[in-house]
Design a binder for this molecule. Structure first.
Ligand code: HPA
Ligand code: ZN
Length: 339
């Protein structure tokens, strides 16, 4: 097994499905609570970790939003983002496209600019000091109403140079893509790209509607695609990427066991599948752990793993030339590892 672990560690990768608020490790959460004089329900690392047992998406979201309450100052958002970048630097992630949830913070009276400034200052340092390139995508919370999303979009307009796209996260059940169709249309009109979580706890119909109604260029999760052969065929033909998050799916009981995960089936159907960590502080692993655990459970070959790494760049927003450079880098790495 160490051959697998070493291979994954050395492989250049991009991460495309990552909520920055979901990288808040218990240690940093406690440190920020102290710094900001915030009282916590769970006051130790052990208690926090014990609380991270989820039966479904909503269970997780309740704890995730509560955790985000310790983020108040620009420096807090910087520290959060910087800690993530240091972590993935050690995992050989070369490029990351991260989500943030403005409404989680603006609803608590924190200025949009405070959140954005902290995150982007860290991203800039990550680029300069660690060589990690990035893009930033802001997500609307789909359990909130359309007005909240429109207000958030309005707040983002002065920062088009820093935010490339809009996404859709939070509770999928009861909040189908159609609910945000108008705000997505407006976002596209304003020049933003679009992505959306779909087919995580919802059905293939949500994946279909995210494509047709929200005009997404990439689907976040998309597991349910496997249940609809016509849809799978179309996504494969159009090479619309899926950002799959195996350890998240396991934690939130989207799959009962990793062995049951549809990732390999989707790859075999010709879909552009990528592996990502979603909310690594809550789901027990960053990107390498996601690759390694999935490879073990689904008996992926080293060639499958290198395909997933190439897919991560292919599905990214990097330029064609940058993508080609990474494909070559991966081929070189595989040759040297004799794969
Ligand atoms: N699904 C929906 N909303 C989220 C997630 C997720 O996996 N992580 C953070 N917000
Ligand atoms: Zn997610």
């Amino acid at each position: 097994m160490t051959a697998l672990v070493d291979f994954v560690k050395g492989l250049p990768k991009a991460e495309l499905h990552l909520h920055i608020e979901g990288t808040l490790e218990p240690e940093l959460l406690l440190k920020l609570a102290k710094r900001n004089n915030i009282e916590l329900k769970h006051a130790s690392v052990e208690e926090l970790k014990e609380a991270y047992q989820f039966s479904n998406l909503q269970d997780f979201l309740d704890i995730y939003y509560a955790g985000a309450n310790v983020l108040l100052q620009e420096q807090d958002f910087y520290d959060l983002t910087w800690a993530y970048l240091e972590k993935i630097h050690k995992q050989n992630v070369k490029h990351t496209e991260i989500f943030f949830d403005p409404e989680t913070h603006t609803s608590r009276g924190i200025a949009f600019k405070t959140v954005l400034d902290g995150i982007t200052r860290a991203l800039k340092d990550g680029e300069e000091k660690l060589g990690i390139s990035n893009r930033l995508i802001m997500c609307f919370l789909r359990h909130l109403d359309e007005e909240s999303a429109f207000r958030t979009l309005e707040e983002a307009l002065p920062y088009k140079d820093q935010i490339v796209g809009v996404g859709l996260d939070s509770s999928e059940k009861g909040n189908p893509p159609a609910k945000h169709q108008r705000v997505f249309a407006k976002a596209i009109e304003e020049g933003f790209l679009t992505v959306a979580h779909a087919g995580e706890e919802g059905t293939a119909k949500n994946v279909r509607d995210a494509v047709d109604l929200l005009k997404i260029f990439r689907i976040d999760h998309g597991n349910a695609t496997v249940n609809d052969p016509e849809l799978a065929k179309e996504l494969a033909e159009k090479q619309i990427p899926l950002t799959i998050c195996p350890l998240s799916n396991l934690s939130l009981k989207v799959v009962p066991k990793l062995e049951d995960h549809p990732l390999k089936k989707l790859m075999d159907l010709g879909l552009l599948v990528t592996v990502n960590s979603d909310d690594p502080a809550y789901f027990g692993g960053y990107i390498n752990e996601n690759y390694i655990e999935t490879a073990k459970a689904l008996q992926l070959s080293l060639e499958d793993i290198s395909t997933l790494a190439k897919n991560s760049f292919k599905a990214s927003l990097l330029s064609q030339q940058e993508k080609e450079n990474y494909y070559q880098m991966i081929d070189g790495y595989c040759n040297q590892a004799r794969v």
